[in-house]
Design a binder for this molecule. Sequence first.
Ligand SMILES: [Zn+2]
Length: 405
Amino acid sequence: MEWGIISKDTFKTTYELPIKRWDPLSLRTIRTKEFGLRTEYVRHYGHYAYLSPIRGKRPRGFKIVDKKNDYIDCTKKILHEAKDVFTAVTEGKPFYDNEGKKIGDGFTIIITEDEERRDSPFSDKPHRIGRLPDSCKAITLINRYPSMARIIDPDIYNIAVEKLPVHLKLARGINLVSLSRKFYPSFCFNLIPEDVLAGLFLSMKTAILYSVQEAIERDYYDIPVSPFVNIGTKVGGSQPRIHGQVYIDLNMDGHGSRLEAYLEAFKEMGDKCHLCETSHGETDRIVLKTTYWTFYTTGSPVRNYHIRFHPNEHLRRFSQLNINQIQDLAKSLKKIFIGLDNINIDKNRNILFNCCPYGYDADFHMFGDIIPHEIIGGAEMADDMRVARKLPHETAAEIRQGISH
Ligand SMILES: [Zn+2]
């Protein structure tokens, strides 16, 4: 199932298929008219899981990481020494570590090189792309170890779907990975040039638009798209190089309960969008405000030091961000991450972008979350609730202090 391709040559058993399974205890039917959804299919919201055995096969780890402390020395030295699985892709040839062990074969499916479109998002032909020019800042690839299937042989589809129990369905979608062309460790935001970070987001944006456009041409519609960045192994970042990911769900069966809550909340606000109108606690929770973005500590944190951010312009999706907004996002994120480092916040962090799905007729103001890793307790697993120990206006003051170091 590498690259989300299920072909006759590689298919062995239905247990290898990626599955999307809705939890029957939280399954609710969407009143489709509300978001202008097409009515041919029943759509749901609730909790669901992607079950994907191939995810467990993805390579992890990195020679220079000190596994015990999960720490990378953020000095310039590391940039020259570092090799990872992506080195084989960006150099267009197999790559070996210092002990002669192969760490990558260089095969890939490349969707965008910077803002230039390359392979089709539905390509079934992994290949070596040749050495990327030094001028290239970032690329976006099809994830080799995805949670969803992109392409399935029609014969296998018939056999596999027949064998699946009724409550399980084949998970369909596109999983993208965006990464810097040169190696920059994600733990070291101080070393990542702003234009490389902006390049990564631009490549990601172009790849999302390309993928969604190609999906729509193949009769997919109502498509939830989730861009995110995992930094550090404790929060799902299995590779040390700075990289982002995008989940494009093509199951056309609805969305998760959290997105449902956001959609309903924005609907209830009507013309009075909270993000357009609020001052975020009379500004004392604002961490950074620029011409294009506002960053603040949320009043209802998911973790301590949870920062929420939004474009000042009322936009629905990540892919609507313009060049100025993306460049400023890169600059601001860098500032904030270095600020968090300065006050010794856990370097394992997630950046999540919450966006309106394609095809939904919903008013939505896209926003992001920066969530540093923290161990959570049992009550917090049981419901959509968190216990935070710090007052948000105090964490904001602390982070502002960290930024101004
Ligand atoms: Zn708004």
